[in-house]
Design a protein around this ligand. Structure first.
Ligand code: ZN
Length: 416
């Protein structure tokens, strides 16, 4: 059987088993893992060898290594057909900022972790930078843009210039992140160390769940956090399968409890009744779950060690280059409040996590000081998001004033 036929056959079997719940999937990890096992008879043994390497390295991690912070050079490959898919540099900077926050425990919702899990939540001490040098040694913005001529792409198409995609930059020196309009409602895929051939090593993400966006569940940029977790050797908390109803699956991390649910499409608040399964409280707020973005808050110490071991043992080339030197660093516009895109031509999104129940007021003024927009709310809890349609506004500068519980923030907005 040819590989392509085999892949189709596997997909057919998965759908027949009722596992083809792609519309609900966070990522393609479980599906790609199952396909690899079926297509490559040596895959399981290779993954077992990698697991042994990882476990040995985790045992040997020194205090120095665990205290250090590591910087990972990133190149984004934007594959676009419509203007909407051609995400702006600002959108990419915002996503990079979110990724850095999530991997350093600086995410503003870190304080929403339930008490019972606070002791194991930690900063992974991995940071990400846009590269300033391409594989040929030329200056680069760290972003490539490739026009495609198809509506959407299969995951395996994104990796190759010959297939409407973009060829990988040396995967030993760069974390390659492809952004595309993906087929089959897939939102992303992060290749586990050693899972893919080098030409296909990296992270793929759908443009609709990238950065701050208007997806109903995956709107805060956590899909990339999740996929980069896979890239650094993390499994889903329920293991490498599609679900875990018998509690037999595990993620090889000791401080993440066993769980049966994937939390796909869910957002438990953990306050009234924390979900339980497999004999313990579920860590639904772990980035490696399928929980909605606004309820994801943390990695554990065990996951941080595993990612660090993966980096040092299996992806060490990422640490040997200085391709980030002089790179333009992400420029978070406003810190914990996300306002964008900016410039904007159609819609402006505002979102932030709230420390306490607060009133929120949004006003926008033109350069003559005239108020052109106003809206306000009382007793907003936990998370605030709002959308302003600016399509009918004249082009030019505006000032957005945001008042949250008496704290004021003013942000210049550009309408184009
Ligand atoms: Zn996943």
């Amino acid at each position: 059987m040819l590989v392509s036929q085999k892949r189709l056959f596997c997909l057919f079997i998965l759908v027949q088993l009722g596992l083809g719940l792609k519309a609900q999937s966070q990522c393609a990890f479980a599906e790609e893992w199952a396909l690899r096992i079926d297509m490559d008879s040596r895959f399981s043994n290779r993954m077992l060898e990698i697991e042994n390497l990882l476990q040995d390295r985790i045992q040997d991690l020194s205090q120095v290594e665990t205290r250090s912070s590591f910087q990972i050079p990133v190149v984004f490959h934007v594959l676009w057909n419509t203007e909407e898919e051609n995400l702006s540099d600002e959108a990419i900077a915002t996503q990079l900022d979110i990724l850095n926050q999530d991997f350093t425990g600086q995410n503003p919702d870190f304080n929403l972790i339930p008490t019972s899990f606070k002791s194991v939540a930690t900063a992974a001490n991995i940071e990400f930078c846009l590269v300033s040098t391409d594989p040929s040694g030329n200056a680069t913005s760290g972003i490539t843009r490739t026009r495609t001529f198809v509506d959407s792409l299969r995951i395996e198409q994104v990796y190759y210039s010959s297939g409407e995609g973009q060829d990988v930059w040396d995967p030993e020196r760069y974390l390659n992140i492809w952004i595309a309009n993906l087929e089959n409602n897939l939102v992303g895929f992060g290749s586990y160390p050693g899972q893919n051939i080098p030409a296909e090593d990296g992270v793929v993400i759908d443009y609709r769940v990238f950065g701050l966006n208007d997806h109903p569940r995956l709107n805060l940029g956590r899909t990339l956090t999740h996929e980069v977790g896979h890239y650094f050797g993390l499994f889903h908390p329920w293991g490498d399968g599609f679900f875990n109803t018998d509690c037999g699956g595990d993620d090889r991390v000791p401080d993440t409890p066993l769980q049966s649910s994937t939390f796909s499409g869910q957002c438990p608040d953990g306050l009234s009744s924390a979900p339980e399964s497999c004999g313990s409280t579920d860590m639904y707020m772990n980035f490696m779950n399928y929980t909605n973005d606004q309820c994801l808050h943390m990695f554990t110490q065990g996951q941080a060690l595993r990612m660090l071991a993966s980096l040092l043992e299996l992806r060490p080339g990422l640490l040997t280059t200085d391709v980030c030197t002089g790179a333009s660093q992400p420029n978070p516009m406003t810190g914990v409040v996300h306002i964008g895109p900016n410039p904007t031509d159609g819609t402006l999104y505002i979102s932030t996590f709230l420390q306490r129940s607060s009133s929120v007021q949004v006003e926008v003024f033109n350069t003559q000081g005239q108020r052109v927009y106003q809206s306000s709310w009382e007793n907003i809890n936990r998370y605030f998001s709002h959308t302003i349609s600016v399509a009918s506004w004249s082009n030019g500068f505006y000032f957005l004033r945001l008042d949250i519980g008496g704290e004021e923030l003013v942000q210049k907005i550009i309408k184009i």
